[in-house]
Design a protein around this ligand. Structure first.
Ligand SMILES: [Zn+2]
Length: 693
């Protein structure tokens, strides 16, 4: 075995580094399982025995404390793969080497790369050359076995848990208000205050029917709600704090309060990026649900009613509460607005104004949690418009030109640095050449001198390699700069930006994305006006002062000038004529509409202005009946005389009804005379004025 190991290790392997990969899955193992860490470091000695020098051994242990289930977030493993694929590794060492990667895919990838890069693998059992078929087969098997082992282990544990859960015997963390007794049975918490608080919560919900109202009731009565600590030095202690909305929802949704045992209410899923997400499952998919498993605070029926009630409440909140809807909405600053009073992110609600959806930015999270009034509510229309204007003004070719100039400056500077680094490499190369020549020239029999010169040469080579590596790394980092094409693209965008922004075909979503690219956040404070602190990505800030929108009643209010005009016009004109006159002057109502007769009448009533009729009556004009009586003729005669111009009259409405000017003191007789000769009505014209006859 030993000889075989030596035969696999060749000079070309020894020239390269040996990588020792150390891994412990959990933080707990890091603390407790120092034994295995020790074993891993023992491998180092094996490498020394095989001919590597101590300074050639690179230890990669940056994944300590990370689980090995995936390579995605394990930098150490990634680094190992990189080093191997760059041909820098002569050998890779690890304890039970197949566990380098717990996941078969990662492992086979590493094997493949090792085979291509001619890298050996070492574990406690021996040395393997992945380029050899036998060794690769063995290593592959080891990987498969280790994955299978992991699977069996996990399923055995999981199976045990599931079986216990199905029987309802699994001991789980109990929600506040329950404890395990000495026989490990679930009991109501003997602490009377805790029990009473839980009961109080259910009572309050029963009474009010809403979670927010329950929080409010607790706050009004100055009550607190218990919470048990499950970790940390004060584990097991009960904390008392203000009841929060999320806690009410949690309690109401927890079947244990109805005396039911449940398991598997949510499922864990893994994302591509290695994150774990919890998905809530509907009750029919739970692993176990056993009703009346123990004492409860409410009945199962009440539990179901409560859940249904909460669901109805959620529906009642309207369309904008639906998941996803706000993201489609027009609110430009969705997710960017920050409340200046409390520092929370503000949420968006929409209301309809003039047929359009208008956003309101609300700081309501704390309000909901503690059942307190909303912290700030800001009308979004003017704000969004101002932000859009600011963006169009800010993103100009000029500003981007400056930004690009700075970028260029940085790139130039990095070129200077690279020149310096290249000089450093040159220097190191010269030194190593010098050392080599000195070594060559020495008499080989002079062992002492030769040895020390060899060490010197080695040192010089190492310095050279390091300098080269540093130089290469920096160059790659600097190369991340912009090329001409990218720069032209950015400038083109700057020129296009205003056009793109104002283009009606640009969707709200695109506009929001553009805003998000440029703006980090906007801090809002409502005072005499709206103060908006815009923080751009990159650190620049800009303060906007936006006048607050007028309240709705003020928006609809008729402008004072129009009211005055109406008051004056009514002296001489009817409501309809007044409306026409106002329209001719281009005046509009508070809502921006054209005037019409009924509108003038409404405004007149609202401002308690006397009507045209009342004005004319105040001037002493008479109604048709009154003047007919005064003149002692029939109403028809009065109308004929008026048409003939014998009587002064003024229309007081748009139906043509009039009030009549009282005739002079001597007139009645003449009118009477004319009035009695009914047969001669037809001959009366404007030209034959009976008053002058
Ligand atoms: Zn706030």
């Amino acid at each position: 075995m030993i000889t075989e190991a030596y035969s696999k290790v060749q000079a070309r392997h020894l020239k390269r580094n040996a990588y020792l990969y150390i891994r412990q899955s959990t933080l707990r193992q890091v603390f407790e399982n120092t034994e295995s860490t020790q074993r891993q470091y023992d491998l180092q000695r094996r490498a020394l025995a095989l001919g590597w020098k101590l300074d050639q051994i690179v230890v990669i242990d940056s994944d300590l404390g990370q689980s090995g289930a995936s390579a995605v977030d394990r930098q150490g493993f990634q680094r190992l793969v990189t080093e191997v694929s760059l041909g820098r590794a002569g050998i890779v060492m690890g304890l039970e080497v197949s566990r380098l990667a717990r996941n078969s895919t990662d492992w086979h990838r590493l094997l493949e790369i090792c085979a291509l890069a001619d890298t050996l693998i070492l574990d406690e059992d021996g040395v393997y050359d992945p380029a050899h078929f036998n060794d690769r087969l063995l290593l592959g098997l080891k990987g498969t076995m280790s994955e299978a082992e992991l699977h069996v282990l996990r399923s055995r544990l999981r199976g045990g848990i599931l079986n216990k859960a199905r029987r309802g015997e699994l001991e789980m963390r109990l929600p506040i208000g329950f404890v395990y007794d000495a026989q490990r049975c679930v009991r109501l918490d003997p602490d009377a205050r805790i029990q009473e608080s839980v009961r109080q919560l259910f009572r309050a919900f029963r009474r009010t029917g809403s979670a927010t109202a329950t929080v409010k009731a607790f706050r009004e009565q100055g009550l607190q709600f218990p919470r048990r600590l499950y970790r940390g030095p004060r584990k097991g202690e009960v904390l008392w704090a203000e009841l929060e909305h999320s806690r009410v929802l949690w309690v109401l949704h927890h079947p244990r309060y109805a005396g039911a045992f449940c398991f598997g209410r949510s499922r864990q899923r893994k994302h591509l990026d290695g994150r774990h997400v919890f998905v809530r499952l509907p009750p029919e998919e739970w692993t176990a649900l056993i009703r009346d498993a123990h004492e409860g605070y409410i009945t199962w029926e009440e539990f179901e009613q409560n859940v249904q009630r909460l669901r109805d409440n959620a529906h009642a909140q309207g369309a904008d509460r639906e998941r996803g809807a706000p993201r489609e909405g027009p609110a430009l600053l969705q997710g960017l607005a920050v409340c200046a009073l409390c520092g929370e992110r503000m949420t968006v609600r929409y209301h309809v104004q003039g047929g359009r959806r208008v956003p309101d930015y609300m700081c309501q999270r704390r309000g909901i949690e503690r059942a307190q009034p909303v912290c700030q509510q800001i009308h979004g229309q003017a704000l969004d418009e101002a932000i859009g204007k600011l963006l169009v003004e800010t993103v100009t070719p000029l500003t981007l030109e400056v930004a690009l100039a700075v970028q260029q400056e940085l790139e130039n500077r990095s070129e200077e640095c690279e020149r310096l680094r290249r000089q450093e490499v040159e220097q190191a190369r010269y030194q190593s050449d010098l050392a080599r020549r000195r070594y060559m020239q020495v008499d080989p029999d002079n062992r002492l001198v030769a040895d020390s010169l060899e060490a010197e040469w080695n040192e010089a080579l190492r310095t050279l390699a390091q300098a080269q590596e540093r130089c290469e790394k920096r160059r790659q980092a600097d190369r991340a700069g912009l090329d001409d094409q990218q720069r032209a693209g950015i400038l083109a965008l700057a020129r296009d930006f205003p056009r793109l922004w104002d283009d009606p075909h640009t969707s709200e979503r695109e506009r929001k994305r553009m805003a998000r690219l440029l703006i980090a956040d906007v801090t809002l404070l409502k005072g005499d006006d709206l103060n908006a602190q815009v923080r751009f990505n990159g650190g620049a800030t800009h303060t906007l002062h936006i006048p607050l929108p007028k309240p709705a009643w003020m928006l609809r209010q008729t402008p004072p000038a129009v009211v005055t005009a109406i008051n004056n016009l009514l002296n001489e004109h009817t409501d309809g004529e007044t409306a026409e006159w106002l329209n001719r002057q281009g005046l509009t109502s508070g809502e921006g509409k054209r005037f019409h007769r009924a509108m003038v009448a409404r405004i007149r009533t609202a401002y308690a202005m006397p009507s045209r009729y009342e004005r004319l009556r105040a001037r002493g004009l008479l109604t048709l009946a009154e003047i007919a009586e005064r003149l002692d003729v029939g109403p028809d005669t009065v109308k004929v005389w008026r048409r003939a111009g014998l009587l002064g009259a003024h229309r007081y409405n748009d139906k043509g009804q009039c009030l009549y000017e009282p005739p002079g003191p001597d007139a009645p007789t003449k009118f009477q005379h004319q009035g009695k000769t009914r047969g001669r009505f037809a001959s009366l014209t404007a030209n034959t004025n009976p008053l002058n006859a």
